[in-house]
Design a protein around this ligand. Sequence first.
Ligand code: PEP
Length: 262
Amino acid sequence: MRRLFVAGNWKMNKTIAEAEVLVQEMLPRVDAFANVDKAVCPPYTALPAVAACCKNTGLKVGTQNLYWEESGAYTGEIAPKMVAEICDYAIVGHSERREYFAETDETVNKRLKAALAAGLHVIVCVGETLEENEAGQTEAVVTRQLTQGLAGISEAQAADITIAYEPVWAIGTGRAATPEDANDVHKDVIRPLLAKQFGEKRAQAMRIQYGGSIKPDNAAELFSMSDIDGGLVGGASLTADSFVSIIEAASMVAIVMAETES
Ligand code: PEP
């Protein structure tokens, strides 16, 4: 059975002081849900403070991005080893990076390799736009993003990768994919691609998160699906109440799944 994994992407929100308040509010409440893996991804400036608060707790910390070079004249960028001093996780290929910052499948692949080499666990985001969805291109887009994004990655390295399927039209819109539609993409497109590259056993062990307007009231239904292994949460990770409720929903689903399996 795959452990559910819920990560919060705070995007460009929260000053250091605000981030500390938020994480201190979350910590005593999320630690109770030990059967769920959980992480928050604050902006760079708040990473050290949030990591200090999360030290020796079950709440892990991730970066929202990183560059692939080790050091040098790359003004404004941050190197893998710099974030690895603070973080356990890295998000790469978020659709906002693709849309606003010219991220391509090739640069996703470079960031992924550099992050893995630095010892980070990486969340690789994929997902189609509304236009692509309406044109029936979901499978083709996700297949291209994964094939190119994961190029050259070995079965052993895949142990440190989570895929996040985030249909772009569902991000920040309040219009989540239906659990059935999302699960179809996870089960019939993404997992078979992982199996083709890494073998069936590794593919079955890898987590595939869903992302796009997850809220406390739709989380349990999404996480109950066979191939939705948690979520990448944007807006609803910005308040303790909603993020904790989503983790609680994951925990309840995990209890039911464990009972069903035994
Ligand atoms: C995201 O940015 O990864 C995301 C899923 O955002 P939201 O939950 O706000 O749709």
